[in-house]
Write a protein that binds this ligand. Structure first.
Ligand code: SAM
Length: 295
């Protein structure tokens, strides 16, 4: 268990028990190479043809037709391909593709992607809905907002506007049909045993918890009543996940819309029925997803 901070091991043990904690730590490893195709620039047929021509071995993912698992290339090698350079594919972890699949969106609707950089989910929404959703992609950090703009342009998305600002300070008169809050988090679901993980400190959990709380409150404030939103994190700690949702439920601000989750994705037990915690494995990063309806 070298390199995984002791305090995290303790927290995981308290939350999930000894056995699951060991499985989680085992799952903290370098992930396989996965990407998603961009419907704004290509088709499944074109991508499969290119991969075959380049002798790139791939598998399809049963719950998402757009996702590819690459068996014999590194991310660096995929970045050299024209289909990557032209924005026809987007390198993205499988877990990170999941939250967008649970949004309730229809052509012409407006969505706020509240913590959007580098744009994996902004561009996924645009791809799936053929750029027919009005996306406001908010990002506080300037350098990351530039990256977001770059990716939006590269992926050929036209109907996404970047709002470089602190989402917690958004005017209360904003009103969206849908919100995705892929919140800043400790990243406890995405650690790798091989890396030093030196950024992962106990204080990080405390600061992100506060930020998540403020962002969630703001999200609920500017979501249209009766509409749904997705809250996701790449953490598997209940403080950043279930306990945040529980606070909203206690205030009677939202109700949980149970997720109809694909079987066969490895899960950890969640304390709130209908929300999911994806278990870290060689294929999946640890992730939390909750769907909420504003009362
Ligand atoms: N959704 C992104 C994607 O799929 O590519 C990943 C988002 S990442 C988990 C969280 C982002 O939130 C970071 O880029 C961070 O800079 C940004 N962030 C942190 N605090 C913020 C705030 N108060 N308002 C807006 N964005 C914020």
């Amino acid at each position: 268990m070298k390199e995984i901070p002791l305090f995290l091991i303790e927290r995981l043990k308290n939350q999930y028990g000894e056995e699951l904690m060991k499985e989680i730590v085992k799952g903290f490893q370098k992930k396989t190479v996965t990407f998603r195709i961009n419907h704004l620039k290509t088709t499944l047929g074109e991508i499969e043809k290119v991969l075959e021509e380049e002798a790139i071995l791939f598998q399809k993912i049963f719950w998402f037709d757009d996702a590819f698992l690459i068996e014999n290339k590194t991310e660096e090698e995929i970045r050299l391909l024209d289909i990557y350079k032209e924005g026809k594919i987007y390198l993205q972890s499988l877990s990170s593709m999941l939250p967008v699949l649970f949004l309730d969106l229809e052509e012409g609707m407006s969505i706020l992607d509240m913590a959007a950089a580098p744009g994996g989910k902004t561009t996924e929404i645009a791809s799936i809905y053929q750029d027919k959703i009005l996306i406001t992609a908010c990002e506080k950090n300037k350098i990351r907002a530039d990256r977001l703009r770059y990716n939006i342009k590269k992926q050929g998305v036209r109907r996404a506007t970047v709002l470089e600002s602190d989402a917690s300070k958004l005017d209360e008169y904003f009103s969206f049909d849908s919100i995705l809050l892929d919140a800043p988090c400790s990243g406890s679901g995405t650690l790798q045993r091989e890396n030093s993980n030196s950024y992962f400190k106990e204080e990080l959990i405390e600061t992100t918890k506060k930020l998540q709380k403020v962002l969630l409150k703001k999200a609920v404030q500017i979501l249209k009543p009766g509409s749904t939103m997705i809250y996701s994190t790449c953490s598997i700690l209940e403080e950043e996940n279930e306990l945040q949702i529980e606070a909203l439920l206690n205030e009677k601000l939202v109700e949980v819309v149970p997720l109809d989750f694909p079987n066969d994705i490895p899960l950890l037990p969640s304390k709130i029925f209908g929300t999911v915690v994806v278990k870290p494995t060689s294929l999946y990063e640890g992730f939390f997803i909750a769907k909420l309806r504003k009362r």
